[in-house]
Design a protein. Structure first.
Length: 173
């Protein structure tokens, strides 16, 4: 800046970001920091064979391959961590209407798979799953194990579909 305070009157060689008028672009050696010509990553002492550095396409492809390999490894590890069990069969054994409009329900859940697993179950009022259905998890079931359970279902909220004892179902996965 000059003494007048007007920034447009600054001399062309002033300013710490502006290159000097006679400056030429340079790079620096990755190993020792010595100045090298533009685009050259190693000095003469560290690149005696005059090998060129990797192109930007090679560098980006390497990074892309690393990301893809990482995503694939993540899914493989996630698949191993979330072991599958089941399938789970379920059956209603008895369903009796309660005095308040609820249902006393007895049912069985069977792990038809070979490994231990926990079943996620849903009780539907008329065979059609709804967001407000009773949902629960069983204890861990060994492969081939059947467990008999009982649940007391509260009366559905006023204005919603009532329990149909003939169509009541248990869905387990």
């Amino acid at each position: 800046m000059t003494g007048s305070g007007n920034p447009t009157e600054a001399a062309p060689d002033q300013g710490f970001l502006a290159p000097k008028p006679d400056a030429e672009p340079t790079d620096h050696c990755f190993r020792c920091g010595e100045e090298t010509p533009p685009g050259v990553g190693l000095c003469e002492a560290h690149n005696r064979g005059h090998l060129s550095g990797p192109s930007s396409t090679q560098m980006h492809a390497t990074i892309f391959i690393g990301i893809v390999a990482g995503v694939i490894a993540f899914f493989i590890i996630a698949g191993l961590a979330v072991t599958s069990s089941g399938p789970f069969a379920s059956a209603v054994t008895t369903a009796a209407a309660g005095p308040d409009g609820g249902v006393n329900l007895a049912f069985t859940v069977t792990n038809e798979g070979d490994s231990d697993g926990v079943a996620d179950c849903r009780v539907t009022r008329d065979g059609v799953p709804r967001p407000d259905d009773l949902a629960f998890r069983t204890e861990a079931l060994a492969g081939g194990q059947t467990v008999a359970l009982e649940r007391e279902l509260a009366a559905p909220p006023e204005g919603s579909i009532a329990y149909d004892l003939e169509a009541l179902t248990i869905i387990c996965s």
